[in-house]
Write a protein that binds this ligand. Structure first.
Ligand SMILES: CC(C)(COP(=O)(O)OP(=O)(O)OC[C@H]1O[C@@H](n2cnc3c(N)ncnc32)[C@H](O)[C@@H]1OP(=O)(O)O)[C@@H](O)C(=O)NCCC(=O)NCCS
Length: 145
């Protein structure tokens, strides 16, 4: 599978209000954070707000999160299709003292670009050129595209 390098999208702090009955971060809250981060990254990557989620893959909660802990969410493009973009998402627990990060949750999501009628429409050529460059390890600026 071809991948692009992963990008930090979101930082969060687990608040007392986010804790469920087991004393851990409520799973639905983390899912919402992942969904928002993924949507923000996919639309930014594809230069369009007109994208919808078509698929969420297996979601693994590897480790619990407690109140006060810092969370980072990373996204990585794993595939650019005709009308879709697939991302790998990873949430990590960030240790403020050591800078160490531990993966707490991971999944993958696919978004589809749609037109005004909600019909799938092709990912733009500019996005494809950028993606090709990034696969070669080049981080293009918008003026190069
Ligand atoms: C997303 C949606 C527009 C796709 O419509 P569709 O008629 O299935 O589209 P197509 O069959 O032409 O497929 C379009 C793309 O979606 C992908 N796709 C469709 N169904 C899929 C599935 N079950 N799993 C993974 N990818 C899928 C196709 O692979 C294709 O990608 P590609 O062009 O890069 O190869 C439509 O299913 C939809 O509107 N779903 C609801 C979206 C939504 O409300 N999301 C929640 C809030 S954002």
């Amino acid at each position: 599978m071809t991948t692009c390098f992963k990008q930090l999208v979101t930082k969060k702090i687990v608040m007392a209000k986010d804790i469920g009955i087991h004393g851990n971060l409520f799973g639905g809250t983390l899912m919402a954070w992942l969904d928002e981060a993924a949507a923000a990254y996919a639309t930014e990557y594809c230069y369009t707000p007109n994208m919808v989620t078509v698929r969420v893959g297996e979601l693994i909660f590897k480790k619990p999160l407690k109140a006060g802990q810092h969370v980072r969410i990373y996204a990585e493009v794993i595939e650019l299709g005709n009308t879709s973009i697939s991302l790998k998402l990873e949430a990590t627990k960030y240790n403020l003292y050591s800078g160490e990060e531990t993966v707490v949750c991971s999944t993958d999501m696919r978004f589809v670009r749609i037109d005004d009628d909600g019909t799938p429409t092709g990912i733009g050529e500019t996005v494809r050129r950028k993606h090709e460059l990034r696969l070669k390890g080049i981080e293009p600026s918008i003026t190069h595209l």
